[in-house]
Design a binder for this molecule. Structure first.
Ligand SMILES: Cc1cc2nc3c(=O)[nH]c(=O)nc-3n(C[C@H](O)[C@H](O)[C@H](O)COP(=O)(O)OP(=O)(O)OC[C@H]3O[C@@H](n4cnc5c(N)ncnc54)[C@H](O)[C@@H]3O)c2cc1C
Length: 638
């Protein structure tokens, strides 16, 4: 199948304007005849729901949590990028575009990334107008800080709670439309299937998580804004509810899944401390503005950090990457940490950690300034580890954090299923093989506030609005039946192993073989082990309780069943991609210094997988990536 990215013609800087100038429009009086289903209420879904309702569409909004404003986006700490160039340090739309394409190791679509960089500035204006309390500097301008992979300061922030403040902005915009009767919110609902009829998305099936009831919702378009799949690794920085289910069920109904192996391991998380743990905590990348990463020079040095003199410390990022130092992109920083711990220079009890040290910054700027910048992060660290990071360096280690892969979308954010649009982390679009810090919030809000209002209109214009009676049709009946059967099947197994136990096993396989470093042999092992684990899941799972009451085990079981299929596709995708790029590091394709070696001649494409009954039979399609504006070079941060 030919994947048509629908990128408009013309110079890159004019494409989006040209698109908007020529996109079909829906007459204001007709907008109220259409219903749009927006699944997810994070920054992507929240901003899309509010904007579409403001335009006059009827919106139904769905989320797993008890309130839209508890979506995972609320956890985002560090900030959001934009090319405003307030610090006057040389930033521009072009530079943000260039950094993002380069940061993604040349595996993203140029036109989408350019549009993202253009829109970035509108996002800041929009959020300021909503009253989002961005940090300001003395002169009153919005303050900026630096994130990895950039040599300018372009990250806007609200202390360490940027996601929360942005989400409150989107949520209050939603509330205005809830009050106006244009948005109907369905919280504690889980989308379990996509309904396709007449070759286009016409609705979804959801389960009420409080009483187990199945519900059918008809929509003229479905917007999937359901976040990423980092929890496939079990331990991750993601909220526990984060999952792949909605995207996976759409995949099974015909939406292609792109680049599933492109996942991001974040370098600065609080290290794992025991088997009892179910979640990892991120220490924001913003900390690398002032914190210095180091390990003892000598292997196995068990002295306390304060007893190790300067001359016996290795600030390995500053040494290896003098231009970017501690602000190299996440994939580079994560692999560098692994290299040090593999070489026996890890610190802390498990030796699977490196130091992030604020000693210098506190001496230079004073404790107050550091507290002002990162106070809540320091407090969080102290509460979790019982160590005071103002006095002793933080211990950090990489952990699963973000997924660049997701459902394939064209320039209009439309998947391979007509009428199914995918926004935010759930799509594969803009970050290539590695996302730069502070770019996810930018992308989610760009998709929701600024892209979908135009592209959705183009799809709906001229389409006959659906009647609610479509819910009684065959397609809805089959989708609901499938969802019911699956739930019953899990309840009926009555085996002996819990969902969490299975999930932990999957996480171990994924981390060991599909994690920070991958080999062909390891990936084949992963494929075989995941297959066996999936079998034993369907034979030996125990789900206590029933369907008709709130049942977290049952919810998680459904999500894990999908992770168990996705994990195999991730391993297959990683095996097919015989090169190293961004977060996908194949040991066979590395330079003598341990840097990633891309193979542009063969792998300059988006891998888009089509479902075909079993994970092992998925069919690979390729969207070739053209680079007309950014020169393909070896990514160097030295
Ligand atoms: C700890 C942490 C810190 C981060 N900090 C930053 C940062 O500083 N800057 C940055 O740019 N990025 C950051 N990120 C990444 C960023 O937060 C996410 O990529 C982004 O918020 C995702 O937004 P989203 O709207 O796509 O999805 P989410 O915010 O994950 O929202 C998903 C929504 O979908 C709903 N949902 C999911 N499945 C279903 C289903 N089956 N049925 C119904 N509803 C469903 C959920 O209930 C939720 O409402 C951070 C990530 C983490 C984990």
């Amino acid at each position: 199948m030919l994947l048509d990215s629908k990128v408009p013609d013309g110079p890159i800087a004019d494409k989006w304007d040209h698109y908007r100038d020529t996109a079909k429009l829906v007459n204001p009086a007709n907008k109220r005849k259409y219903t749009v289903l927006v699944v997810g209420t994070g920054l992507a879904g929240g901003s899309a729901a509010a904007t579409l309702a403001e335009l006059g569409y009827n919106v139904k909004s769905f989320c797993i949590q008890d309130s839209p404003r508890r979506a995972h986006s609320i956890a985002a700490q560090g900030g959001i990028n934009a090319a405003k160039n307030y610090p006057n340090d040389g930033d521009s739309v072009w530079r943000l575009f260039h950094d993002t394409v380069k940061g993604g190791d040349y595996r993203s679509r140029e036109a989408n990334v350019y549009r993202l960089a253009q829109i970035s500035n509108n996002i800041i204006d929009q959020c300021v107008a909503q009253g989002v309390p961005f940090a300001r500097e003395y002169g009153g301008l919005l303050d900026n800080r630096s994130f990895g992979g950039a040599q300018v300061s372009r990250t806007f922030y609200s202390r360490g709670q940027t996601g929360q403040q942005l989400l409150l902005g989107a949520y209050q915009a939603m509330c205005r439309q809830i009050e106006a009767g244009k948005i109907e919110v369905f919280s504690r609902r889980e989308m379990l299937d996509l309904v396709i009829s007449e070759s286009r998305a016409q609705g979804i099936v959801t389960r009420n998580l409080v009483n187990g009831e199945m519900e059918r919702h008809v929509g003229d378009a479905v917007l999937l804004c359901t976040g990423g799949y980092g929890n496939v690794y079990y331990l991750s920085t993601n909220a526990k509810n984060t999952n792949v289910t909605a995207a996976w069920r759409c995949y099974k109904r015909g939406a292609f899944f792109a680049n599933p192996c492109f996942t991001q391991i974040h370098p600065t998380c609080i290290p794992v401390s025991g088997d009892y743990q179910s979640k990892l905590t991120l220490m924001s990348e913003s900390l690398r503005n002032d914190g210095r990463v180091w390990v003892p020079l000598n292997k196995g040095d068990r002295r306390r950090p304060e007893d190790i003199p300067e001359a016996e410390r290795d600030y390995y990022l500053e040494r290896r990457y003098p231009s970017f130092g501690n602000l190299v992109p996440r994939d580079v920083a994560s692999r560098a940490a692994k290299k040090e711990t593999d070489a026996g220079r890890g610190v802390g009890e498990t030796q699977l950690a490196v130091y992030l040290d604020f000693g210098d910054a506190i001496n230079r700027l004073g404790r107050d300034r550091i507290e002002e910048r990162y106070g809540n992060l320091f407090e969080m660290y102290q509460r979790i580890t019982a160590e005071d990071p103002y006095r002793v360096p933080m211990r950090i280690f990489p952990a699963s954090h973000y997924t660049m892969g997701g459902l394939w979308v064209d320039y209009e954010l439309q998947s391979t299923v007509p009428g199914l649009f995918v926004l935010g982390e759930a799509n594969f679009s803009d970050h290539g093989a590695n996302r730069l810090g502070a770019s996810a919030l930018m992308q989610g809000l760009a998709d929701g506030y600024f892209v979908i209002p135009y592209t959705l209109g183009g799809y709906l214009a001229g389409l006959e609005p659906l009647s609610n009676t479509a819910r009684d049709g065959e397609a809805f009946r089959i989708a609901e039946g499938d969802a019911r059967e699956r739930i019953q099947a899990m309840l009926d197994i009555k085996g002996s192993r819990t969902v969490m136990d299975f999930h932990r096993s999957l996480g171990r396989i994924m981390w060991d073989y599909v994690g920070m470093a991958r080999t062909a042999e390891g990936l084949k092992t992963a494929i075989s082990e995941i297959g066996s684990l999936r079998k034993s899941f369907w034979n030996d799972l125990v789900v206590p309780g029933e369907n008709s009451t709130m049942n977290k085990s049952l919810e998680y079981a459904g999500r894990l069943a999908d992770f168990l299929e996705l994990g195999e596709l991730m391993a297959r995708d990683a095996l097919e991609r015989a090169e190293s790029c961004g977060g996908h590091f194949r040991e066979e394709y590395s330079s003598p210094e341990g840097e990633a070696v891309r193979r542009d001649d063969e792998f300059s494409f988006v891998a888009a997988w089509q479902y075909n009954t079993r994970p092992s039979d998925a069919i690979l399609h390729k969207e070739n990536l053209e680079f007309d504006n950014v020169k393909l070079t070896t990514r160097s941060y030295k």
